[in-house]
Design a protein around this ligand. Structure first.
Ligand code: MN
Length: 205
């Protein structure tokens, strides 16, 4: 079983299509986007308590959402959450409407939990290695904070695992890890995950 994962596209279609064409050269059990596929143009503080037409909130939503289900699975990010909270449903196209009804908060496959990460608490105390507080231990594949990194829980703190592009990084199945996929829109980065044995490989376009 193997997975290809990308995160935080923020509406950058050029980077997304480059990544998808690289991913499609291999065969994966599933391709997963861990949230923030689209980008809401109006900031949280400038949104008023009303519904907005889809095009005022975000660009290319129908095109991007048309890929969900048959090209990749989408786990909801804070961008999708804000979009669907403020959008006027009658302005939604058929694909956006389908994603509104079906988009998952998280996805669990084997020992892996795919989640965007915005619902976790993100303490500010360490600006270099930022990580969220997770409710329980496990192997989390997430985005949100735009930094590719793998953190392993040692029992008392997190240890940053050494990473190089295109080189497998072995994980132990029964340990607690935070795998931050990193941002597609900034770095053109994605992650390949192999099971048995569990390893992750960062790739870039
Ligand atoms: Mn986010």
């Amino acid at each position: 079983m193997s997975f290809a994962v990308f995160s935080d596209v923020h509406g950058h279609r050029d980077k997304l299509y480059k990544i998808l064409s690289q991913i499609q050269k291999q065969s994966f059990t599933k391709v997963i986007c861990t949230g923030d596929l689209i980008d809401v143009k109006i900031s949280k503080k400038n949104l008023h308590n009303r519904q907005y037409p889809s095009s005022e909130l975000a660009d290319h939503t129908e095109e991007l959402f048309s890929l969900v289900s048959h090209v990749f699975e989408l786990v909801k990010g804070n961008q999708e959450q804000r979009f669907f909270e403020y959008v006027d449903d009658s302005s939604l196209g058929i694909h956006s409407h389908k994603v509104a009804c079906q988009c998952m908060e998280q996805l669990t496959l084997e020992e892996l939990t795919f989640i965007h990460g915005h619902r976790f608490e993100w303490p500010e105390h360490n600006p270099v290695v930022r990580y969220p507080k997770t409710p329980q231990h496990g192997i989390y594949i997430h985005g949100h904070h735009h930094r590719p990194q793998v953190l392993k829980w040692t029992g008392s703190n997190y240890q940053l695992m050494p990473l190089s592009l295109n080189k497998p990084c072995r994980l132990q199945q029964d340990k607690h890890y935070l795998v931050n996929v990193g941002p597609t829109f900034l770095l053109g980065i994605w992650v390949e995950i192999q099971l048995d044995p569990l390893s992750i490989i960062y790739r870039s376009v």
